[in-house]
Design a protein around this ligand. Structure first.
Ligand SMILES: Nc1ncnc2c1ncn2[C@@H]1O[C@H](COP(=O)(O)OP(=O)(O)OP(=O)(O)O)[C@@H](O)[C@H]1O
Length: 237
């Protein structure tokens, strides 16, 4: 089997005294799109925070490109190749769309065809119409396009999206999902949290379900779809 790009091995993490992650294991292979599923409050965002160095882990290990990143601070992970679209988007409100994008730009690995402002605008033409607007002036959908574009501008090897389309109108969701489909077809590795199961199963290759801080199921889209009880057991509210 090909070596995973990202591998979590029995990761544990807490907020203060409250243990949230007990045993989270997952993998993302090169060029794969992997979904992180689970009901509200089960630990998906906490897992993303552990991977992206925003929350220390108490046990287990996180391996990225063959190296442990368990103790790597957040600001270095971008340089190592992890691009994050965080929950809430965290667009810089006082920078323009152009400034938000170029502030993050880096082509660490000297790629022949790096992400540039032009390529991001080709992926999201709407941002081209808003280049001079402040981050604070954007709609939720435009902010999410900008958050994805900003993450791409660091030329990541792995893109992580926490709530890819949360709170967005159906038409904007489709824009984001078609961008994700395109990124996947170009070979980018993606770890995604989203409530839209249909798109997750159509575009995603494999998925991990988290329940109360533990990985309780892992498998490809087809296996998920052929086991309808999973949805009732782990995802319905
Ligand atoms: N900063 C925090 N301090 C303390 N507890 C927190 C904090 N953030 C989250 N939690 C708790 O950790 C648990 C897991 O939350 P997490 O955000 O990881 O869930 P989630 O699976 O991403 O769900 P959601 O879809 O609601 O974001 C929840 O019980 C939540 O209340």
């Amino acid at each position: 089997m090909t070596e995973s790009l990202l591998r979590l091995e029995a990761v544990q993490a807490s907020y203060g005294q409250s243990r949230i992650l007990f045993d989270v294991s997952l993998t993302v292979g090169p060029g794969e799109m992997v979904g992180l599923l689970g009901r509200n409050g089960m630990g998906k965002t906490t897992t993303v925070r552990a991977v992206t160095g925003q929350l220390p882990t108490l046990g287990g290990d996180i391996i990225f490109k063959g190296r442990s990143i368990r103790s790597t601070p957040s600001h270095l992970l971008g340089r190592m190749g992890i691009g994050l679209v965080p929950e809430g988007r965290r667009i810089f409100p006082n920078l323009t769309v152009r400034e938000n994008l170029v502030a993050a730009a880096a082509n660490r690995s000297g790629r022949p065809d790096p992400w540039t402002l032009e390529r991001v605008l080709a992926l999201f033409p709407r941002l081209g119409e808003r280049l001079g607007n402040w981050g604070s002036q954007l709609s939720g959908g435009e902010q999410q396009m900008l958050a994805v574009g900003r993450a791409l501008m660091i030329n990541p090897d792995l893109l992580i999206l926490d709530e890819a389309t949360e709170g967005l109108a159906p038409i904007v969701r489709d824009v984001i999902w078609s961008a994700l489909r395109q990124l996947k077809s170009e070979g980018l590795s993606i770890l995604v949290i989203d409530r839209n199961l249909r798109q997750m199963m159509e575009v995603g290759d494999r998925h991990h379900i988290i329940e109360k801080g533990r990985t309780v199921w892992s498998g490809p889209s087809q296996a998920f779809l052929s086991e309808p009880s999973l949805k009732g057991r782990y995802l319905s509210v």
